[in-house]
Ligand binder design. Structure first.
Ligand SMILES: *Cc1c(COP(=O)(O)O)cnc(C)c1O
Length: 562
Protein backbone atom coordinates (compact mmCIF):
# COMPACT_ATOMS: atom_id res chain seq x y z
CA UNK A 1 0.00 0.00 0.00
CA UNK A 2 2.83 2.40 0.86
CA UNK A 3 4.09 2.47 -2.69
CA UNK A 4 0.64 3.56 -3.83
CA UNK A 5 0.37 6.29 -1.17
CA UNK A 6 3.67 7.64 -2.39
CA UNK A 7 2.59 8.00 -5.99
CA UNK A 8 -1.13 8.85 -5.85
CA UNK A 9 -2.57 12.32 -5.43
CA UNK A 10 -2.06 13.16 -1.75
CA UNK A 11 -5.43 14.94 -1.58
CA UNK A 12 -7.22 11.69 -2.45
CA UNK A 13 -5.48 9.46 0.09
CA UNK A 14 -8.28 9.63 2.63
CA UNK A 15 -11.19 9.88 0.23
CA UNK A 16 -14.03 7.57 1.08
CA UNK A 17 -16.03 6.21 -1.84
CA UNK A 18 -19.58 7.46 -2.42
CA UNK A 19 -21.55 5.47 0.05
CA UNK A 20 -24.70 3.95 -1.40
CA UNK A 21 -27.59 2.82 0.74
CA UNK A 22 -27.21 -0.71 -0.63
CA UNK A 23 -23.51 -0.70 0.20
CA UNK A 24 -24.14 0.40 3.77
CA UNK A 25 -26.70 -2.35 4.24
CA UNK A 26 -23.99 -4.96 3.74
CA UNK A 27 -25.42 -8.18 2.35
CA UNK A 28 -28.97 -7.49 3.56
CA UNK A 29 -31.52 -8.09 0.79
CA UNK A 30 -34.66 -6.17 1.68
CA UNK A 31 -38.20 -7.31 0.93
CA UNK A 32 -39.18 -3.68 0.69
CA UNK A 33 -36.33 -1.53 -0.59
CA UNK A 34 -37.17 2.09 0.17
CA UNK A 35 -33.56 3.19 0.44
CA UNK A 36 -32.70 4.52 -3.02
CA UNK A 37 -35.66 6.58 -4.25
CA UNK A 38 -36.34 4.17 -7.09
CA UNK A 39 -39.74 3.58 -8.73
CA UNK A 40 -41.38 0.42 -7.42
CA UNK A 41 -42.35 -0.81 -10.94
CA UNK A 42 -40.24 -1.61 -13.98
CA UNK A 43 -40.46 0.90 -16.86
CA UNK A 44 -42.53 0.60 -20.01
CA UNK A 45 -40.98 -1.42 -22.82
CA UNK A 46 -39.65 -4.81 -23.74
CA UNK A 47 -36.75 -4.61 -21.36
CA UNK A 48 -39.08 -4.06 -18.42
CA UNK A 49 -39.00 -7.63 -17.24
CA UNK A 50 -35.25 -8.05 -17.59
CA UNK A 51 -33.62 -8.95 -14.33
CA UNK A 52 -29.92 -8.56 -13.86
CA UNK A 53 -27.65 -11.19 -12.37
CA UNK A 54 -28.43 -9.93 -8.88
CA UNK A 55 -32.16 -10.23 -9.56
CA UNK A 56 -32.83 -6.53 -10.01
CA UNK A 57 -35.09 -5.03 -12.63
CA UNK A 58 -34.14 -1.82 -14.47
CA UNK A 59 -36.02 0.39 -12.03
CA UNK A 60 -33.44 -0.58 -9.39
CA UNK A 61 -29.85 0.64 -9.26
CA UNK A 62 -27.36 -1.95 -10.48
CA UNK A 63 -24.52 -3.38 -8.42
CA UNK A 64 -21.58 -0.97 -8.10
CA UNK A 65 -19.18 -3.71 -9.21
CA UNK A 66 -21.24 -6.61 -10.60
CA UNK A 67 -19.94 -9.63 -8.75
CA UNK A 68 -21.01 -12.24 -11.30
CA UNK A 69 -19.25 -10.51 -14.19
CA UNK A 70 -16.13 -9.87 -12.15
CA UNK A 71 -16.03 -13.53 -11.19
CA UNK A 72 -16.64 -14.65 -14.78
CA UNK A 73 -13.82 -12.47 -16.13
CA UNK A 74 -11.56 -13.53 -13.28
CA UNK A 75 -12.13 -17.16 -14.24
CA UNK A 76 -11.63 -16.42 -17.93
CA UNK A 77 -8.34 -14.63 -17.35
CA UNK A 78 -7.16 -16.55 -14.33
CA UNK A 79 -6.88 -13.50 -12.07
CA UNK A 80 -8.59 -12.99 -8.69
CA UNK A 81 -11.80 -10.92 -8.92
CA UNK A 82 -10.40 -8.43 -6.39
CA UNK A 83 -7.79 -7.41 -8.96
CA UNK A 84 -10.44 -6.40 -11.49
CA UNK A 85 -12.28 -3.08 -11.67
CA UNK A 86 -15.09 -2.89 -14.20
CA UNK A 87 -15.96 0.34 -15.94
CA UNK A 88 -17.34 1.84 -19.12
CA UNK A 89 -14.77 0.52 -21.52
CA UNK A 90 -11.04 0.61 -20.91
CA UNK A 91 -11.28 4.30 -21.78
CA UNK A 92 -12.82 4.87 -18.36
CA UNK A 93 -9.87 2.98 -16.88
CA UNK A 94 -7.47 5.38 -18.61
CA UNK A 95 -9.44 8.33 -17.27
CA UNK A 96 -9.59 7.24 -13.62
CA UNK A 97 -5.90 6.28 -13.58
CA UNK A 98 -5.09 9.85 -14.65
CA UNK A 99 -7.39 11.28 -12.03
CA UNK A 100 -6.09 9.13 -9.21
CA UNK A 101 -2.40 9.64 -9.90
CA UNK A 102 -1.92 13.04 -11.55
CA UNK A 103 -2.04 16.45 -9.87
CA UNK A 104 -3.07 19.03 -12.46
CA UNK A 105 -0.18 21.20 -13.56
CA UNK A 106 2.39 19.09 -11.72
CA UNK A 107 2.37 15.43 -12.68
CA UNK A 108 3.20 13.97 -16.07
CA UNK A 109 2.29 11.12 -18.36
CA UNK A 110 4.53 9.36 -20.87
CA UNK A 111 3.46 7.97 -24.22
CA UNK A 112 5.51 6.32 -26.96
CA UNK A 113 4.15 7.28 -30.38
CA UNK A 114 2.77 6.09 -32.63
CA UNK A 115 0.22 5.23 -29.98
CA UNK A 116 -3.44 5.29 -29.01
CA UNK A 117 -4.95 8.77 -29.04
CA UNK A 118 -7.00 8.65 -25.84
CA UNK A 119 -3.98 8.84 -23.49
CA UNK A 120 -3.29 12.40 -24.61
CA UNK A 121 -6.93 13.43 -24.38
CA UNK A 122 -7.38 12.01 -20.87
CA UNK A 123 -4.12 13.65 -19.75
CA UNK A 124 -5.29 17.01 -21.10
CA UNK A 125 -8.61 16.70 -19.29
CA UNK A 126 -6.77 16.08 -16.03
CA UNK A 127 -4.22 18.83 -16.68
CA UNK A 128 -1.25 16.45 -16.82
CA UNK A 129 1.64 17.22 -19.18
CA UNK A 130 2.50 14.58 -21.76
CA UNK A 131 6.03 13.52 -22.65
CA UNK A 132 6.32 11.67 -25.93
CA UNK A 133 9.27 9.31 -26.52
CA UNK A 134 8.85 7.76 -29.98
CA UNK A 135 9.32 4.03 -30.53
CA UNK A 136 12.78 3.07 -31.82
CA UNK A 137 13.69 1.81 -35.30
CA UNK A 138 12.30 -1.64 -34.48
CA UNK A 139 9.05 0.00 -33.33
CA UNK A 140 9.84 -1.13 -29.77
CA UNK A 141 10.33 0.97 -26.63
CA UNK A 142 13.44 3.12 -26.88
CA UNK A 143 14.48 2.10 -23.37
CA UNK A 144 17.44 4.47 -22.83
CA UNK A 145 15.37 7.41 -24.08
CA UNK A 146 12.31 6.39 -22.04
CA UNK A 147 14.34 6.05 -18.83
CA UNK A 148 16.16 9.31 -19.48
CA UNK A 149 12.86 11.16 -20.02
CA UNK A 150 11.28 9.87 -16.80
CA UNK A 151 11.03 12.46 -14.05
CA UNK A 152 9.87 12.12 -10.44
CA UNK A 153 6.50 13.51 -11.61
CA UNK A 154 6.08 10.84 -14.32
CA UNK A 155 3.17 8.91 -12.83
CA UNK A 156 1.95 6.92 -15.79
CA UNK A 157 3.56 5.32 -18.84
CA UNK A 158 1.07 4.00 -21.39
CA UNK A 159 2.02 1.10 -23.65
CA UNK A 160 -0.58 -0.45 -25.94
CA UNK A 161 0.35 -4.05 -26.78
CA UNK A 162 -0.48 -5.05 -29.46
CA UNK A 163 0.45 -1.54 -30.41
CA UNK A 164 -2.27 0.73 -31.72
CA UNK A 165 -2.18 1.73 -34.53
CA UNK A 166 0.71 -0.50 -35.74
CA UNK A 167 -0.56 -3.86 -34.50
CA UNK A 168 2.60 -5.59 -33.28
CA UNK A 169 3.40 -6.87 -29.76
CA UNK A 170 5.65 -4.89 -27.44
CA UNK A 171 8.55 -6.73 -25.78
CA UNK A 172 7.77 -8.18 -22.37
CA UNK A 173 11.33 -7.76 -21.08
CA UNK A 174 11.22 -4.01 -21.72
CA UNK A 175 7.91 -3.68 -19.90
CA UNK A 176 9.21 -5.59 -16.87
CA UNK A 177 12.41 -3.54 -16.81
CA UNK A 178 10.33 -0.38 -16.94
CA UNK A 179 8.10 -1.55 -14.06
CA UNK A 180 11.19 -2.21 -11.95
CA UNK A 181 12.74 1.15 -12.83
CA UNK A 182 9.54 3.05 -11.98
CA UNK A 183 8.63 1.18 -8.76
CA UNK A 184 7.89 3.74 -6.05
CA UNK A 185 7.47 6.53 -8.56
CA UNK A 186 4.84 5.59 -11.08
CA UNK A 187 2.90 2.81 -12.79
CA UNK A 188 3.27 1.18 -16.19
CA UNK A 189 -0.04 0.68 -17.98
CA UNK A 190 -0.14 -2.02 -20.66
CA UNK A 191 -3.25 -1.58 -22.76
CA UNK A 192 -4.16 -5.03 -24.08
CA UNK A 193 -7.27 -4.07 -26.05
CA UNK A 194 -6.35 -6.50 -28.87
CA UNK A 195 -4.41 -9.19 -27.01
CA UNK A 196 -6.95 -11.94 -27.78
CA UNK A 197 -6.00 -11.78 -31.46
CA UNK A 198 -2.31 -12.36 -30.70
CA UNK A 199 -0.41 -15.60 -30.10
CA UNK A 200 -0.13 -14.74 -26.42
CA UNK A 201 -3.64 -14.25 -25.10
CA UNK A 202 -2.40 -14.12 -21.48
CA UNK A 203 -0.45 -10.98 -22.26
CA UNK A 204 1.10 -9.43 -19.18
CA UNK A 205 -1.44 -10.87 -16.72
CA UNK A 206 0.93 -13.58 -15.41
CA UNK A 207 3.39 -10.82 -14.43
CA UNK A 208 0.95 -8.87 -12.27
CA UNK A 209 1.72 -10.77 -9.08
CA UNK A 210 5.44 -9.97 -9.26
CA UNK A 211 5.10 -6.35 -10.44
CA UNK A 212 2.90 -4.29 -8.11
CA UNK A 213 3.12 -1.19 -10.32
CA UNK A 214 2.03 -3.00 -13.48
CA UNK A 215 -1.49 -2.21 -14.65
CA UNK A 216 -3.23 -4.10 -17.46
CA UNK A 217 -6.22 -2.73 -19.35
CA UNK A 218 -8.63 -5.15 -20.98
CA UNK A 219 -11.83 -4.54 -22.88
CA UNK A 220 -14.77 -6.56 -24.13
CA UNK A 221 -15.16 -4.07 -27.00
CA UNK A 222 -12.82 -5.66 -29.51
CA UNK A 223 -12.36 -9.44 -29.51
CA UNK A 224 -15.51 -10.07 -27.46
CA UNK A 225 -17.75 -8.20 -29.90
CA UNK A 226 -19.29 -5.97 -27.23
CA UNK A 227 -18.24 -2.47 -28.27
CA UNK A 228 -21.82 -1.26 -27.91
CA UNK A 229 -22.11 -2.35 -24.30
CA UNK A 230 -19.10 -0.37 -23.01
CA UNK A 231 -17.49 -2.91 -20.72
CA UNK A 232 -13.79 -2.74 -19.96
CA UNK A 233 -11.57 -3.14 -16.97
CA UNK A 234 -8.46 -2.24 -15.10
CA UNK A 235 -6.53 -5.21 -13.75
CA UNK A 236 -3.96 -4.39 -11.08
CA UNK A 237 -2.80 -4.91 -7.49
CA UNK A 238 -5.72 -4.93 -5.05
CA UNK A 239 -4.84 -1.63 -3.26
CA UNK A 240 -4.82 0.22 -6.56
CA UNK A 241 -8.12 -1.38 -7.60
CA UNK A 242 -9.59 -0.36 -4.25
CA UNK A 243 -8.49 3.26 -4.67
CA UNK A 244 -9.76 3.43 -8.26
CA UNK A 245 -13.06 2.01 -7.02
CA UNK A 246 -13.43 5.04 -4.76
CA UNK A 247 -13.18 7.59 -7.55
CA UNK A 248 -15.01 5.81 -10.36
CA UNK A 249 -18.56 7.00 -11.11
CA UNK A 250 -21.15 5.29 -8.90
CA UNK A 251 -22.72 2.25 -10.62
CA UNK A 252 -20.68 2.68 -13.82
CA UNK A 253 -22.19 -0.30 -15.64
CA UNK A 254 -25.89 -0.46 -16.57
CA UNK A 255 -27.25 -3.82 -15.58
CA UNK A 256 -28.40 -4.47 -19.16
CA UNK A 257 -24.75 -4.27 -20.27
CA UNK A 258 -23.76 -6.64 -17.50
CA UNK A 259 -26.48 -9.05 -18.58
CA UNK A 260 -25.41 -8.96 -22.22
CA UNK A 261 -21.75 -9.44 -21.25
CA UNK A 262 -22.53 -12.41 -19.01
CA UNK A 263 -24.60 -13.92 -21.79
CA UNK A 264 -21.80 -13.48 -24.32
CA UNK A 265 -19.29 -15.01 -21.90
CA UNK A 266 -21.27 -18.18 -21.21
CA UNK A 267 -19.46 -21.35 -22.26
CA UNK A 268 -21.20 -21.47 -25.65
CA UNK A 269 -20.37 -17.86 -26.31
CA UNK A 270 -16.73 -18.39 -25.43
CA UNK A 271 -16.47 -21.29 -27.88
CA UNK A 272 -18.23 -19.37 -30.64
CA UNK A 273 -16.07 -16.34 -30.02
CA UNK A 274 -12.89 -18.43 -30.23
CA UNK A 275 -14.03 -19.76 -33.62
CA UNK A 276 -14.68 -16.26 -34.89
CA UNK A 277 -11.37 -14.94 -33.64
CA UNK A 278 -9.66 -17.77 -35.49
CA UNK A 279 -11.42 -16.68 -38.65
CA UNK A 280 -10.34 -13.06 -38.14
CA UNK A 281 -6.73 -14.21 -37.60
CA UNK A 282 -6.87 -16.31 -40.79
CA UNK A 283 -8.32 -13.36 -42.69
CA UNK A 284 -5.61 -11.11 -41.27
CA UNK A 285 -2.99 -13.45 -42.73
CA UNK A 286 -4.79 -13.56 -46.07
CA UNK A 287 -5.08 -9.77 -46.25
CA UNK A 288 -1.46 -9.28 -45.14
CA UNK A 289 -0.37 -11.54 -47.97
CA UNK A 290 -2.59 -9.95 -50.63
CA UNK A 291 -2.50 -6.24 -49.79
CA UNK A 292 1.03 -5.64 -51.17
CA UNK A 293 -0.44 -6.37 -54.63
CA UNK A 294 -2.41 -3.13 -54.43
CA UNK A 295 -0.89 -0.23 -56.38
CA UNK A 296 -2.06 2.01 -53.53
CA UNK A 297 0.02 0.28 -50.90
CA UNK A 298 3.76 0.68 -50.31
CA UNK A 299 4.07 -1.29 -47.10
CA UNK A 300 1.99 -3.59 -44.89
CA UNK A 301 2.86 -3.74 -41.19
CA UNK A 302 2.69 -7.19 -39.58
CA UNK A 303 -0.16 -7.30 -37.08
CA UNK A 304 -1.09 -9.33 -33.99
CA UNK A 305 -4.44 -7.51 -33.74
CA UNK A 306 -7.67 -7.39 -35.75
CA UNK A 307 -6.48 -4.53 -37.93
CA UNK A 308 -3.68 -3.93 -40.39
CA UNK A 309 -1.74 -0.70 -40.75
CA UNK A 310 -0.64 0.04 -44.28
CA UNK A 311 1.54 2.75 -45.73
CA UNK A 312 -0.27 4.15 -48.74
CA UNK A 313 1.05 6.27 -51.56
CA UNK A 314 -1.17 9.09 -50.32
CA UNK A 315 -3.51 8.69 -47.32
CA UNK A 316 -6.04 11.35 -48.34
CA UNK A 317 -6.34 10.05 -51.91
CA UNK A 318 -6.61 6.51 -50.55
CA UNK A 319 -9.44 7.51 -48.23
CA UNK A 320 -11.26 9.23 -51.07
CA UNK A 321 -10.83 6.23 -53.36
CA UNK A 322 -12.23 3.89 -50.68
CA UNK A 323 -15.20 6.17 -50.13
CA UNK A 324 -16.35 5.68 -53.72
CA UNK A 325 -16.77 2.00 -52.84
CA UNK A 326 -18.61 2.79 -49.62
CA UNK A 327 -15.56 1.78 -47.60
CA UNK A 328 -14.35 3.75 -44.58
CA UNK A 329 -10.84 2.91 -43.28
CA UNK A 330 -9.10 4.98 -40.57
CA UNK A 331 -6.68 7.65 -41.66
CA UNK A 332 -3.56 7.54 -39.44
CA UNK A 333 -1.57 10.02 -41.50
CA UNK A 334 -1.05 12.14 -38.39
CA UNK A 335 0.70 9.20 -36.69
CA UNK A 336 2.85 8.24 -39.64
CA UNK A 337 3.04 9.69 -43.13
CA UNK A 338 0.69 7.86 -45.53
CA UNK A 339 -0.56 5.47 -42.86
CA UNK A 340 -4.09 4.06 -42.98
CA UNK A 341 -5.55 1.46 -40.65
CA UNK A 342 -7.88 -1.25 -41.96
CA UNK A 343 -9.97 -3.37 -39.60
CA UNK A 344 -10.15 -7.03 -40.60
CA UNK A 345 -13.79 -7.74 -41.34
CA UNK A 346 -15.89 -10.70 -42.39
CA UNK A 347 -14.44 -12.58 -45.40
CA UNK A 348 -16.92 -11.05 -47.84
CA UNK A 349 -16.12 -7.56 -46.62
CA UNK A 350 -12.40 -8.21 -46.94
CA UNK A 351 -12.90 -9.47 -50.50
CA UNK A 352 -14.66 -6.24 -51.42
CA UNK A 353 -11.94 -4.13 -49.80
CA UNK A 354 -9.21 -6.06 -51.63
CA UNK A 355 -10.99 -5.68 -54.96
CA UNK A 356 -11.54 -1.99 -54.36
CA UNK A 357 -7.79 -1.67 -53.84
CA UNK A 358 -7.07 -3.38 -57.12
CA UNK A 359 -6.12 -6.79 -55.76
CA UNK A 360 -7.29 -9.77 -57.81
CA UNK A 361 -9.34 -11.93 -55.46
CA UNK A 362 -10.32 -15.41 -56.60
CA UNK A 363 -13.98 -14.74 -57.44
CA UNK A 364 -16.25 -17.73 -56.90
CA UNK A 365 -15.41 -18.64 -53.33
CA UNK A 366 -18.31 -16.91 -51.66
CA UNK A 367 -17.26 -15.60 -48.34
CA UNK A 368 -20.17 -16.91 -46.31
CA UNK A 369 -19.26 -20.42 -47.36
CA UNK A 370 -15.95 -20.12 -45.58
CA UNK A 371 -17.52 -19.42 -42.20
CA UNK A 372 -17.07 -22.64 -40.29
CA UNK A 373 -20.36 -24.02 -39.02
CA UNK A 374 -18.75 -26.17 -36.41
CA UNK A 375 -19.58 -26.00 -32.76
CA UNK A 376 -18.40 -28.07 -29.85
CA UNK A 377 -19.38 -27.83 -26.23
CA UNK A 378 -19.10 -29.50 -22.89
CA UNK A 379 -22.04 -29.40 -20.49
CA UNK A 380 -21.93 -30.80 -17.02
CA UNK A 381 -24.62 -30.88 -14.37
CA UNK A 382 -25.07 -33.02 -11.27
CA UNK A 383 -27.03 -35.44 -13.42
CA UNK A 384 -25.21 -35.61 -16.74
CA UNK A 385 -21.92 -34.84 -18.41
CA UNK A 386 -22.13 -34.29 -22.13
CA UNK A 387 -19.63 -33.56 -24.90
CA UNK A 388 -21.09 -32.69 -28.25
CA UNK A 389 -19.63 -31.47 -31.52
CA UNK A 390 -21.76 -30.65 -34.55
CA UNK A 391 -20.51 -29.74 -37.99
CA UNK A 392 -23.28 -28.61 -40.30
CA UNK A 393 -21.08 -29.10 -43.36
CA UNK A 394 -19.59 -32.50 -42.62
CA UNK A 395 -22.31 -35.10 -43.00
CA UNK A 396 -21.25 -38.61 -42.22
CA UNK A 397 -18.90 -37.74 -39.43
CA UNK A 398 -20.64 -39.53 -36.60
CA UNK A 399 -19.85 -41.08 -33.26
CA UNK A 400 -22.69 -41.35 -30.76
CA UNK A 401 -22.80 -42.91 -27.32
CA UNK A 402 -25.40 -41.83 -24.78
CA UNK A 403 -25.69 -45.12 -22.93
CA UNK A 404 -29.21 -45.67 -24.34
CA UNK A 405 -29.04 -47.87 -27.42
CA UNK A 406 -32.36 -46.94 -29.00
CA UNK A 407 -31.71 -43.25 -28.44
CA UNK A 408 -28.27 -43.54 -30.11
CA UNK A 409 -30.00 -45.08 -33.10
CA UNK A 410 -32.50 -42.18 -33.26
CA UNK A 411 -29.80 -39.51 -32.92
CA UNK A 412 -27.94 -41.18 -35.77
CA UNK A 413 -31.13 -40.96 -37.86
CA UNK A 414 -31.49 -37.30 -37.01
CA UNK A 415 -27.89 -36.49 -37.96
CA UNK A 416 -27.64 -38.58 -41.10
CA UNK A 417 -30.97 -37.36 -42.47
CA UNK A 418 -30.16 -33.87 -41.19
CA UNK A 419 -26.92 -33.95 -43.18
CA UNK A 420 -24.77 -32.85 -40.27
CA UNK A 421 -21.83 -34.43 -38.48
CA UNK A 422 -22.41 -35.38 -34.85
CA UNK A 423 -20.08 -36.54 -32.12
CA UNK A 424 -22.04 -37.16 -28.96
CA UNK A 425 -21.00 -38.55 -25.59
CA UNK A 426 -23.24 -38.59 -22.57
CA UNK A 427 -22.51 -40.00 -19.15
CA UNK A 428 -25.75 -39.70 -17.23
CA UNK A 429 -27.45 -40.97 -14.09
CA UNK A 430 -29.13 -43.85 -15.91
CA UNK A 431 -29.38 -45.68 -12.59
CA UNK A 432 -32.07 -43.11 -11.69
CA UNK A 433 -33.81 -43.17 -15.06
CA UNK A 434 -33.38 -41.93 -18.61
CA UNK A 435 -35.14 -38.65 -18.15
CA UNK A 436 -32.13 -36.51 -17.29
CA UNK A 437 -29.92 -38.00 -19.97
CA UNK A 438 -32.41 -37.64 -22.82
CA UNK A 439 -33.52 -34.19 -21.77
CA UNK A 440 -29.97 -32.90 -21.33
CA UNK A 441 -28.87 -34.48 -24.61
CA UNK A 442 -31.70 -32.64 -26.38
CA UNK A 443 -30.83 -29.34 -24.71
CA UNK A 444 -27.12 -29.66 -25.45
CA UNK A 445 -27.72 -30.71 -29.05
CA UNK A 446 -30.15 -27.82 -29.54
CA UNK A 447 -27.66 -25.31 -28.15
CA UNK A 448 -24.85 -26.71 -30.29
CA UNK A 449 -26.95 -26.59 -33.48
CA UNK A 450 -28.11 -23.07 -32.72
CA UNK A 451 -24.54 -21.91 -32.16
CA UNK A 452 -23.21 -23.69 -35.22
CA UNK A 453 -25.83 -21.87 -37.29
CA UNK A 454 -24.49 -18.54 -36.02
CA UNK A 455 -26.59 -15.64 -37.24
CA UNK A 456 -27.79 -17.45 -40.35
CA UNK A 457 -31.13 -18.20 -38.85
CA UNK A 458 -33.58 -17.85 -41.71
CA UNK A 459 -37.26 -17.48 -41.12
CA UNK A 460 -38.35 -19.82 -43.85
CA UNK A 461 -40.29 -22.90 -42.81
CA UNK A 462 -39.05 -26.30 -43.84
CA UNK A 463 -41.00 -29.49 -43.79
CA UNK A 464 -40.62 -33.11 -44.67
CA UNK A 465 -42.88 -36.13 -44.69
CA UNK A 466 -41.28 -39.52 -44.12
CA UNK A 467 -43.01 -42.88 -44.44
CA UNK A 468 -41.69 -46.02 -42.84
CA UNK A 469 -43.83 -48.98 -43.79
CA UNK A 470 -47.25 -48.34 -42.25
CA UNK A 471 -46.00 -45.28 -40.28
CA UNK A 472 -46.04 -41.73 -41.62
CA UNK A 473 -44.40 -38.77 -39.93
CA UNK A 474 -44.44 -35.14 -40.91
CA UNK A 475 -42.05 -32.58 -39.42
CA UNK A 476 -42.20 -28.82 -39.99
CA UNK A 477 -39.42 -26.66 -38.65
CA UNK A 478 -39.04 -22.91 -38.41
CA UNK A 479 -35.70 -21.61 -37.14
CA UNK A 480 -37.56 -18.57 -36.05
CA UNK A 481 -35.91 -17.74 -32.77
CA UNK A 482 -39.28 -18.50 -31.15
CA UNK A 483 -39.19 -21.84 -29.36
CA UNK A 484 -42.33 -23.91 -29.65
CA UNK A 485 -42.99 -27.64 -29.98
CA UNK A 486 -46.03 -29.65 -30.85
CA UNK A 487 -45.81 -33.45 -31.05
CA UNK A 488 -48.99 -35.17 -32.20
CA UNK A 489 -49.18 -38.92 -32.25
CA UNK A 490 -50.07 -41.67 -29.82
CA UNK A 491 -47.28 -44.22 -29.51
CA UNK A 492 -48.91 -47.63 -29.04
CA UNK A 493 -46.20 -49.04 -26.77
CA UNK A 494 -44.61 -47.65 -23.58
CA UNK A 495 -41.07 -48.84 -24.43
CA UNK A 496 -38.88 -48.51 -27.51
CA UNK A 497 -36.09 -50.99 -26.98
CA UNK A 498 -34.38 -49.58 -23.89
CA UNK A 499 -35.98 -46.15 -24.20
CA UNK A 500 -39.27 -44.94 -22.72
CA UNK A 501 -41.80 -43.73 -25.32
CA UNK A 502 -42.76 -40.76 -23.15
CA UNK A 503 -39.25 -39.38 -23.68
CA UNK A 504 -39.80 -38.94 -27.42
CA UNK A 505 -42.08 -35.86 -27.26
CA UNK A 506 -39.93 -34.58 -24.41
CA UNK A 507 -36.80 -34.87 -26.55
CA UNK A 508 -38.31 -32.78 -29.34
CA UNK A 509 -39.67 -30.27 -26.87
CA UNK A 510 -36.23 -29.79 -25.24
CA UNK A 511 -34.53 -29.59 -28.65
CA UNK A 512 -36.97 -26.89 -29.79
CA UNK A 513 -36.42 -24.86 -26.63
CA UNK A 514 -32.63 -25.02 -26.84
CA UNK A 515 -32.52 -24.30 -30.58
CA UNK A 516 -35.09 -21.55 -30.31
CA UNK A 517 -36.97 -23.30 -33.12
CA UNK A 518 -40.60 -24.01 -33.81
CA UNK A 519 -41.05 -27.74 -34.38
CA UNK A 520 -44.32 -29.43 -35.32
CA UNK A 521 -44.35 -33.21 -35.65
CA UNK A 522 -47.37 -35.31 -36.57
CA UNK A 523 -47.07 -39.07 -36.74
CA UNK A 524 -49.43 -41.98 -37.22
CA UNK A 525 -48.92 -45.72 -37.55
CA UNK A 526 -49.25 -49.05 -35.76
CA UNK A 527 -45.69 -49.79 -34.73
CA UNK A 528 -44.08 -47.49 -32.14
CA UNK A 529 -40.52 -48.13 -33.39
CA UNK A 530 -41.53 -47.25 -36.96
CA UNK A 531 -43.41 -44.17 -35.82
CA UNK A 532 -40.52 -42.83 -33.76
CA UNK A 533 -37.91 -43.60 -36.37
CA UNK A 534 -40.02 -41.87 -39.02
CA UNK A 535 -40.34 -38.84 -36.72
CA UNK A 536 -36.57 -38.53 -36.26
CA UNK A 537 -36.02 -39.06 -39.97
CA UNK A 538 -38.56 -36.43 -41.00
CA UNK A 539 -37.14 -33.98 -38.47
CA UNK A 540 -33.61 -34.66 -39.74
CA UNK A 541 -34.73 -34.05 -43.33
CA UNK A 542 -36.44 -30.80 -42.39
CA UNK A 543 -33.29 -29.70 -40.56
CA UNK A 544 -31.19 -30.55 -43.59
CA UNK A 545 -33.28 -28.15 -45.68
CA UNK A 546 -33.06 -25.49 -43.01
CA UNK A 547 -29.28 -25.83 -42.66
CA UNK A 548 -28.55 -25.75 -46.39
CA UNK A 549 -26.41 -22.93 -47.71
CA UNK A 550 -26.59 -22.21 -51.38
CA UNK A 551 -23.72 -20.63 -53.27
CA UNK A 552 -25.25 -17.15 -52.97
CA UNK A 553 -24.22 -17.04 -49.35
CA UNK A 554 -27.50 -15.25 -48.68
CA UNK A 555 -29.88 -15.80 -45.85
CA UNK A 556 -32.97 -17.83 -46.69
CA UNK A 557 -35.11 -15.05 -45.35
CA UNK A 558 -37.33 -12.44 -46.91
CA UNK A 559 -36.11 -9.99 -44.33
CA UNK A 560 -32.46 -10.60 -45.19
CA UNK A 561 -31.47 -10.90 -41.59
CA UNK A 562 -32.78 -12.28 -38.39
C1 LIG B 1 -10.35 0.50 -28.69
C2 LIG B 1 -9.23 0.76 -27.76
C3 LIG B 1 -9.47 1.05 -26.41
C4 LIG B 1 -10.82 1.40 -25.88
O1 LIG B 1 -11.63 0.39 -25.63
P1 LIG B 1 -13.01 0.56 -24.86
O2 LIG B 1 -12.96 -0.53 -23.88
O3 LIG B 1 -14.05 0.40 -25.89
O4 LIG B 1 -13.06 1.89 -24.20
C5 LIG B 1 -8.40 1.16 -25.57
N1 LIG B 1 -7.14 1.05 -26.01
C6 LIG B 1 -6.87 0.80 -27.30
C7 LIG B 1 -5.46 0.67 -27.74
C8 LIG B 1 -7.91 0.66 -28.22
O5 LIG B 1 -7.65 0.46 -29.50
Amino acid sequence: MDWLYDIMRPDLRDLAAYSSARGEAGGFVPTIGIDANEMPWPPFGQIAGLLNAAGRAPNRYPEAQPAALRARLGALWNVPAENILLGRGSDEGIDILMRLLCRAGIDRVMICPPTYGMYKVAAAVQGAAVDAVPLNGDAQLDMPAVLAACRPETKLIFIPSPNAPMGHMMRRDDIIALCRARMGQGVVVVDEAYIEFSDNADGMLPDLAAQPNLVVLRTLSKAHALAGERVGCVIAAAPLIDMLGRIIAPYPLPHSSVQVALDALNPNGVVQNAERRKLIVAERARMTALLPQSPWIKRVFPSAANFILVETTDADAFMKHCRTYGILPRNRDTDMRGAVRLSVGAPAENDTVLRALGVAVPEPEKAALRMPRLFGMHRRTNETEIDVTVDLDAPGFMDIDTGIGFFDHMLAQLASHGGFGLVFRCKGDLHVDQHHSIEDCALTLGMALKNALGDKRGITRFGFTAPLDEALAQAVIDLSGRPYCLFEGALPSPMLGDMGADMVPHFFYSLAMAMAATIHITVRGDNAHHMVEASFKATGRALRQAFRRDSSGELPSTKGVL
